[in-house]
Design a protein around this ligand. Structure first.
Ligand code: CA
Ligand code: ZN
Length: 308
């Protein structure tokens, strides 16, 4: 099945609200879809278009429009305990994008004295910073997530449900695995970046509106309790916690457990292997929870018999 959302069906949410029944009451799905399906999400930028020029700062932003997510989508015959397998076929990002620094935000927020906004134009290959400087255009998805098991989660926050993970590996060609917490999953997508470095250190990526095409299917054989992402070269756990130390430990433990549960390897060997060829990587250090990952090369997973 192929679904394309036009503006008539667009709906933006600020929080995933949970428990299956409250989802329906307060966060009614924009569509109910059978899987597998290809779905196109049109998304707004992280401030819903409120930032229009370099003279607009956070004052121009309405709190209610921050980090909008397109969705949620309910999937028929998808239950808690399943995993959504989401292959990113295409990401279209609209030029120009903007980025911003804000006092007390970002890794060096304590030394930033005033808020500055920068719009940059780009094409498929490069982003123009000034007449003498360009950087690569590398589109990615900032927010992709499902309903949490209970309570409600702001779309600004990452977590075990996915959400605002701001992970550069979530890009065209990658596959995201999201554990489903409630019947129907309630998938939402938003916050595209035309480029972002690991860490999102100065506070933001190059924030843009755009369009994302996803091939979505359900995996009833996989058991996951946090998100994972696969690229051509590697497979990574995505762990979010208040502090990066706790997030690093969680990312490693979840990856080792995955290797033991899905491959023919014991925990100790998985530990040795990950110490020799696994990488601890930073996704972002600027959101309410920090997101990190531990990756292992796919050629290693193949040798221990992991089927993805
Ligand atoms: Ca973000
Ligand atoms: Zn963003």
């Amino acid at each position: 099945m192929y679904y394309k959302y036009n503006n008539k069906y667009l709906k933006y949410i600020r929080r995933w609200i949970y428990g299956e029944h409250s989802c329906f009451k307060e966060n009614k799905p924009v569509a109910k879809i059978d899987l597998p399906s290809t779905v196109i999400f049109k998304t707004k930028d992280c401030f819903s278009g409120d930032i229009k020029s370099n003279s607009d700062t956070l004052d121009a932003v309405y709190a209610e429009t921050v980090n909008p997510v397109t969705g949620p989508i309910y999937f028929n015959n998808v239950d808690a305990g399943d995993v959504l397998e989401i292959k990113i076929k295409k990401i279209i990002v609209n030029s120009p994008g903007f980025t911003m620094c804000v006092p007390n935000e970002g890794l060096l927020g304590d030394i930033i004295k005033k808020s500055v906004t920068k719009f940059y134009s780009f094409d498929d290959e490069k982003i123009t910073i000034n007449d003498n400087l360009t950087i690569k255009t590398e589109p990615m998805i900032g927010v992709i997530g499902v309903a949490p098991a209970e309570g409600e989660v702001e779309t600004l926050s990452p977590g075990d449900h996915g959400g605002n993970m701001d992970t550069t590996l979530i890009r065209e060609g990658s596959t995201v695995y999201l554990p489903v917490n409630v019947k129907g999953a309630f998938l939402g997508v938003g916050d595209l970046h035309a480029a972002m470095g690991d860490g999102e250190s100065w506070y933001m990526g190059l924030e843009v509106s755009g369009e994302v095409e996803l091939d979505i299917s359900v995996r009833k054989d996989l058991k996951l309790d946090i998100p994972f992402v696969k690229t051509e070269e590697k497979f990574a756990s995505l762990a979010s916690e208040l502090g990066t130390d706790d997030a690093l430990k969680k990312a490693m433990l979840k990856l080792l457990n995955f290797m033991v549960d899905n491959g023919n390897i014991d925990f100790e060997t998985a530990g040795f292997i990950s110490s020799l060829c696994g990488n601890l990587e930073i996704s972002q250090v600027v959101d309410p929870l920090k997101t990190v990952r531990m990756s292992i090369p796919t050629y290693v997973l193949e040798q221990i018999g992991v089927k993805l």
